[in-house]
Design a protein around this ligand. Sequence first.
Ligand SMILES: O=C(O)[C@H](O)COP(=O)(O)O
Length: 406
Amino acid sequence: MGDFYQNGIITTLHNLCRRPVEELEAELMSFRKARPMSLVLPSLYSELEGPALKNIVKELAKVPYLEQIVIGLDRADEQEYRHALEYFSGLPQHVRVLWNDGPRLRALDLQLREQNLAPTEMGKGRNVWYCFGYVLASGMSKSVALHDCDILTYSRDLVARLIYPVANPNFNYMFCKGYYARVADSKMNGRVSRLLVTPLIRALKKVCGPSDFLDYLDSYRYPLAGEFSFRTDVINDLRIPSDWGLEVGVLSEMKRNYATNRLCQVDIADTYDHKHQELSPEDASRGLSKMSTDISKALFRKLATNGEIFSNEKFRTIKAAYFRIALDFVETYQSDAVINGLNFDRHKEEKAVELFAQNVMRAGAYFLDNPMDTPFIPSWNRVTSAIPDIKEQLLDAVELDNEEYR
Ligand SMILES: O=C(O)[C@H](O)COP(=O)(O)O
């Protein structure tokens, strides 16, 4: 059941009494008129072949209150896009699949690229950005939820709890982040969140001094959760990074754009498991190694915009502080694992910390060497100002794709 602790910065909505999903859904049905709801699912074609998405679709087929489901499909050829349309066709909601690699959306991407407005990296950030553009263009919803397609422990409670805080017309929240305990197969997962993000935030507070931004970030129970929801207006002014800095980037944008009493987090699942990426100690361009580097860079960039001045020496100090704090956390997690009867591989945990420490330095060096590198995708406000009919073009392209290949 957990506790009802509030951190005093953003609101935490706990799961205090395991309300039946039907009750939540009945309420959500009554919110539909005031705040129609959409769900965005960034997906890789390969996920259509795995067990997680099959179950997600089965669960979503029972969800009565969603107006629209927008699926961003990456890495699919024509045959695979056709299959995707078929795959999602059983859903009762208004469903649109964005074929990001298809000729129409590629042509649109080229048009944006000519004006330096296109996402520069392939990946989830880009996929999500196009889906958000589509949600704006379709004008069908006032609140939106987003979650990954690799959740193995999915039930429809997750989406109900996730969207509720931004769908209830009596609530004033603009943004809501999901949280949960990533425990599966008798062990604690969430390696980057536990072993990099939290200790690095604490190290930055120690080295760079008090910071509202770092306190704010630290107040999220699972800052890397891929599940969040927001009011549709939020999209217009959102600048998101196209790399693994996406989650941290979205949290930073929310702090910049809204007062913290408009932001919240919600407990969305008792347990959570998903597809695990490899640590990839040998290849920094992959897996959790890349993720940890991108996230560290995103944090440094953000602190720099707040006036922090970085140098090689400072990064060395940050790394040292991070390393010590992270090792203390390993000890803490071990105790938590033991009292809960979970397995805990201390050697593996410390190996991850050693790799992340290296990547903190790597990210620091990169930051100093590349002052002009900003992996941000422009906000839809800016894109619309450069190409006023871009949203109509996106809407038409998606509509035609969905008709032609069905
Ligand atoms: O949230 C995280 O820390 C990363 O996505 C890695 O998660 P995992 O350890 O559960 O694979």
